[in-house]
Design a protein around this ligand. Structure first.
Ligand SMILES: [Fe+2]
Length: 131
């Protein structure tokens, strides 16, 4: 008597293909798709608008043009805040200076904190970030 054994070996090969997907999102598209004002930021029209800290009972808005964020000028930018007319201080605005590095950081999604110029013995702070 013979016992015949038959063996089958099945081999399966799994081929794994690894690929990389690189997403390139132009800043303009990123800007266009950002929205919301719950954090005090508003992206409408051609600029990113943020609200300052409150000092002496008032604050100011600052509008940073998207064109300056998209293509930061070599020397940075100097921007004026909105005016406010708090009691005891009077109508005034402040100046905010953003360097090229600041604008580049904002373009890349970073948060940039800056202080305004001092007017009538006070200043404010802005945190600028695309939301
Ligand atoms: Fe002020």
């Amino acid at each position: 008597m013979e016992a015949v054994m038959s063996e089958r070996m099945l081999r399966r090969e799994f081929l794994t293909a690894a690929g990389k997907v690189v997403l390139v999102i132009p800043a303009a598209a990123f800007l266009a798709n950002c929205g919301g004002s719950s954090s005090g930021m508003n992206q409408q029209g051609n600029s990113l608008t943020v609200t300052s800290s409150s000092t002496l009972g008032h604050n100011h808005n600052l509008s940073v043009p998207f064109s300056d964020i998209d293509q930061p000028p070599a020397g940075g930018v100097e921007l004026s805040t909105s005016t406010a007319s708090p009691y005891g201080i009077g109508t005034h605005s402040h100046v905010v200076t953003l360097s090229t590095d600041d604008l580049t950081s904002i373009m890349n999604g970073g948060a940039v904190s800056v202080d305004t110029s001092t007017v009538s013995d006070h200043h404010h702070s802005f945190t600028i970030q695309m939301g």
